[in-house]
Design a protein around this ligand. Sequence first.
Ligand code: ATP
Length: 222
Amino acid sequence: MIVFEHVGKRYGGRSEALADINFRVGRGEMLFLTGHSGAGKSSLLRLIMRLEKPSRGRVLVAGHDLDRFHLSQIPYYRRQIGVVFQDHQLLFDRSVFANVALPLEIQGVEPRESARRVRAALDKVGLLYRETALPIELSSGERQRIGIARAVVNKPSLLLADEPTGNLDPQLSADIMRLFEDFNRIGTTVMVASHDLALITRLRHRVLRLREGRLVGDEEAA
Ligand SMILES: Nc1ncnc2c1ncn2[C@@H]1O[C@H](COP(=O)(O)OP(=O)(O)OP(=O)(O)O)[C@@H](O)[C@H]1O
C-alpha cells in the first residue's frame, strides 16, 4: 500500500528532515511511527499525503508514484486518505454533524447520501447522539472522536493519524486507539505517528522508529 524507496526530504537549505528512508506497508496493516520531537514523523506523513514532495527517492501509494501525479489529480488522491490531527481542526461555529459532513460537502455528495454516511461515521465512533452539538460543548476525547469520524466519512483505504492522543489522558488515548484498531479490522490500512511509548508497547503493532530523520528501527508486531 505504501512504499518508500531511498526517500530524503530537505526543507530549503536546512539539514535533512528525512534521509534514505526505506520501508513497505502492506494493504490492511496497522503500524506506529515513533521518534522524538523533530525526528521527522510529520514530514513522513506529509509525504504520504502528497502535501510535500521528496527531495530524493520515491513514494508510492496504492501503486501510484506520487511524484508523477498531475496537480489536478492530487485532490482525488487525497480523498482516499483519512487524516486525524492532534488538534482535530474542527470548525467551532458548525455542529458536529456539519463538521463530519464537510469532506462530503466539498465533493458535492448529494445531501441525503451525505447524511446517511455522516450518521454511519458518527455511529462508529459512538457519538451519533451528539450530532446537533457544537464542538465547544464536547469533551476533548469526544472532539477527537469527531475528528476521526470526519476522517473516515469517505471510507478511506488509508487512515493516517499525527499524534492523535497527544492531549488526552491514558484512558481516552486507549479508547482512541481501539477505534483505530476497529477500522483496521475492517480492512483500512492505519498508520499512527505517536511518541507515547507506553501506549505503543502495549498495543503490539509494527513500529517504525525515526531518529533525526533516519529510520533506525522497524519492529514487527510482537
Ligand atoms: N515546513 C518546514 N520547513 C522547514 N523545516 C521543517 C518544516 N517542517 C519540518 N521541518 C523540520 O524538519 C525536521 C522534522 O520535523 P517533523 O515535524 O517532521 O518532526 P516530528 O517528528 O513530526 O516532530 P513533532 O513531533 O515535534 O511534530 C525538524 O527539524 C523540523 O524543524
